[in-house]
Ligand binder design. Sequence first.
Ligand SMILES: [Fe+2]
Ligand SMILES: [Fe+2]
Length: 167
Amino acid sequence: MQKMTEENLKAAFAGESQAHMKYINFAEKARKENLPNIARLFEATAYAERVHASNHLRALGGLQDTTTNLVAAKSGEDFEIGEMYPAYIAVAREQGEDKALRPMNWALEAEKNHSVLYGAAREKAEAKQDISAVDIWVCDVCGYTVEGDVPDVCPICGVKHEKFSKF
Ligand SMILES: [Fe+2]
Ligand SMILES: [Fe+2]
């Protein structure tokens, strides 16, 4: 693929992904405002943007076998842990942007678990095995992700276990 088209596809993938996420959040808000049909409209269009994003990802060759996908996923998390969030946090601190610091710090800490979980899953996938069937819990507030038993309180943000979602 020629460079410019590849860059355009990447930009389109990023834009559609963001629209998907934005509309999911807009739908939740509409539901809280007791506007269930507007919520449904947001959910439908969010799904459509996901279809667009997935099509762009495939055209970019970004969808491989699971072992390769786990390597890509871990390297994305490691970039966020090692470079992206530390640099972003330093800038936010320098600029006194406390409102930005909290979600960035939460994300940085949660990504560390993601990297470990992906690393372990890659070893299994390389051996042509699935990971075990234990529950995976995610903190609804900060995104902390853990396998096995749900913690009493989130080690990153401190909310109680009721605020965890099970996968
Ligand atoms: Fe992550
Ligand atoms: Fe949390």
